[in-house]
Every structure is written in structure tokens, then in C-alpha cells.
Design a protein around this ligand. Sequence first.
Ligand SMILES: NC(=O)c1ccc[n+]([C@@H]2O[C@H](COP(=O)([O-])OP(=O)(O)OC[C@H]3O[C@@H](n4cnc5c(N)ncnc54)[C@H](O)[C@@H]3O)[C@@H](O)[C@H]2O)c1
Length: 253
Amino acid sequence: MRKMAQFKLDGVAIVVGAAGGIGREVAFTFAEAGVKGMLLADVNAEASAEVAEQAKSLASNPAYTYLSTRVDATDVTSVDEMVDLAVKTFGRIDYCINAFGVDVAEYVPPQQTTLEDYDRVLGINTKGPFLITRAVGRVMLSQEPAQADFGRLGLRDIGRGSIVNVSSAMALVAVPAKAPYTTSKHAVTGVTKAAGIRVNQVCPTWVRTPMFEEECRRIPETPEALNKLSPIKRPIEPDEVAAACLLVGPAIG
Ligand SMILES: NC(=O)c1ccc[n+]([C@@H]2O[C@H](COP(=O)([O-])OP(=O)(O)OC[C@H]3O[C@@H](n4cnc5c(N)ncnc54)[C@H](O)[C@@H]3O)[C@@H](O)[C@H]2O)c1
């Protein structure tokens, strides 16, 4: 059995993008770490429900309960309904991991980028985390602080809750062939910093998920570039990003 962290979670988590390469591993990792309740959400409801079933078999908390729902992160009504569902079901929200997102439709210079694609990518990658942070933040600010069990280190206060945005290395650097994606991820830093509650973001480079496989299909030189630019010379595995989310979620940062 893999040992992810020195602490155990027993709170309630929402994972948005649970059907995706990274979100799925976040759901598994949080279940293994001991959350008591989890809401798994994705625009792809069917795949999210499958991940929910698999996460159930990994849950280490005997009191674990879960549900899965469809959410469109760009739609305020859909987001607010998801958050209401979590509160109605579990009574509170301790962790929210925004692990959804999309890439640009085609890799072209900014001068050839369509406004349609710009609006689509920013709508999902930037407005989505904003709407969720806004709705979840209202809940977190209204609830009592919680504690987590840090094993041999004892109980620690972890505050009223925290959000993790899965952003990208493109929050820090730019790829002109992906102007909308680069812009969207730089803006997630703004959403994160201006949240008014504790929000962290993780900024991975290439992660071995369907999004990465698609990039390799579109740009066959990707593995070669990765080999030159990445110190570990391989894509990051989705569970490694999930481990980072687990680390920053409960108490750090
Ligand atoms: N894969 C990489 O190389 C990589 C690198 C850095 C950052 N990221 C970021 O990690 C996050 C997750 O990416 P991934 O690699 O797991 O991609 P993925 O394509 O495997 O999964 C993305 C998930 O987001 C969901 N989604 C899309 N639009 C949505 C919406 N409107 N509402 C709710 N859910 C929606 C999809 O249904 C899918 O399940 C993204 O924000 C991405 O930008 C990925």
C-alpha cells in the first residue's frame, strides 16, 4: 500500500474534473488519505460516476460516503447547484480541488487564434475556477475551523477549508502557439491570489494524461522537447500531481 503523507484527512472534499487524468488521481488519493465525504464532479457525468465507484474501493475512512454529479464549471447555476449539493449532503466543504481544464483547439500564433477558442479556453480554465472559488469560498468562510490528525505530530488546526487550483507551468512561462491557454493559466494565478480564502495552485509541466497524449499527437516532437526541458526527462504522473494537491490542500501554504 502506498503511503502518501504523514497526515490523515477526515473532512469533506469536492473534486471538479474528476473524470480527467489528474482529477481521477486526486479523487483516488483523497479517498486513500481518509476523507469522510467526497463529491466528484465533471462535465462528463458518466466518466465521473465510474471514477466515483473506483474511489469508493480505495477509501480508507470506514465512514466514507460519496456522490457524483455533472457540473459545467463555466455555468454559474451549475456551479452553485454543485456546491449546494455538497453542503446539503455533507454539511460542510473542507477541500475543493479544481482539476479540470482544456487546451487550445489548435496550436497557432496569437495572430491566428480565433476569438471563439479564446472565449472557450478562458471560460473553462479561468472563469470556471473563479465561479467555484466564489461559491465554495462563501461556504468555507461561514463554517467553523477544522483540525486534521497529523499522526505522531498530533492534531493541527487546518482552518475553515482550502481550495487547490490545478494550474500549469504556463502560469509562469508563455508558449505563443497557445496564447489562450497561457493567458488562462496566468489568470488562474489572479483568481488564486485574490480569493479571500486559502487557495493554492500547483503548476505542473507535462502530465501523462489524455491532454498530454493529444499534445504528443499534434506535436510529435513533444517527448523530445520534454527530454530537453524537464529535469526528470519524463512526463509527471497524474498521481504525483495529486500528491502535491494533497500536500498543499490540508494545512500548508
Ligand atoms: N496534462 C498535462 O500535461 C497538464 C500539464 C499542466 C497542467 N494541466 C492542467 O491540469 C488540469 C487537468 O488536466 P488533465 O491533464 O487531467 O486533462 P484531461 O483532459 O485528462 O481532463 C480534464 C477534465 O476536465 C473536464 N472538463 C472540461 N471542461 C469542463 C467543464 N466546463 N466543467 C467541468 N469539467 C470540465 C473534462 O471532462 C475532463 O474530465 C487542467 O487544468 C490542465 O490545464 C495539465
